[in-house]
Design a protein around this ligand. Sequence first.
Ligand code: NCD
Length: 327
Amino acid sequence: MDATGPARWTKKDLIGIRELSRAEIEIILDTAPQFLAVSQRASGIKKVPLLQGRLVVNWFHEPSTRTRTSFELAAKRLSADTLSMTASSSSTVKGETLHDTLANIEAMSTDIIVLRHGCAGAPHILAADHASHIINAGDGRHEHPTQALLDAFTMREAMRHLHKDHARGLDGVKVALIGDIEHSRVARSNIHALTKLGAQVTVCGPATLLPRGIERFGVTSTTDLREALKGADIIYALRIQLERQAKALFPSIREYVKLFRIDRDSLRYAPDHAIVMHPGPINRDLELSTEVADGPRSVILQQVTNGVAVRMAVMHLLANSGGPRVA
Ligand code: NCD
């Protein structure tokens, strides 16, 4: 064990990036390539038996396409049995508590529960009282750890490719997170991951969407897009979380587009090598122009591809070398 944490995975659950050490993040990132190779096998047989006989339950209380299908595919490629539950199909709508619902599912011998929930802290509460490995697939505005891990993996691959250095990490890499920082669990998890990995993070958006005191997380903040893009190696556009905003936090969509959209015009302020990322789903032409989203600098679909491999790595580590099942 070094000063930054154990060199071996020992945790039972994946609740947030905040709880992980740099070494633990690196274990996950270094485990993912073997699973990327499984998904890209020339034989077309995209499966390994590492979770054979285990049961993975995808339990989603909020809408999701990408994350849910990504977890489901990851579990299937590890040969696990999978079950999907949505809020409307589970008895929580009849008043059952999350604990009771989970206790009943666990009575059928589950191994991994992937939970997306609108309440920050829901996965944390379940993890403390239940034997299954809990993976947080997004809790309210709090964290979305596997998104940050697949993002860090994608950034690391891009930087390794750019510098032709296959051992390179993210130390000193400049990342600009643009848009709705306030409502974004993706921003929060990315800030934890990137600062732990040594990247220099700048957050940028309208003042109303930049949390007060965000600098204490080790990032620089600005409302000037030009300043944020200057010298950036990676530009990460966030989705405007229209569903989480209690009231309009910027004067008009037109104003936002003019000042903060990543498009051909604003990209002129960034270095030529800068890549563009987005967690999806994209509000096309609002935070990101279609031309850039589908253009040569975009690695958005690589993020999706890498997401399956990173989630396979997480499930494998939790189920095959994670901490004791009884919390
Ligand atoms: C993100 C989410 O749900 O937090 N999407 C995702 O998981 N792919 C980002 C978002 O909704 O903006």
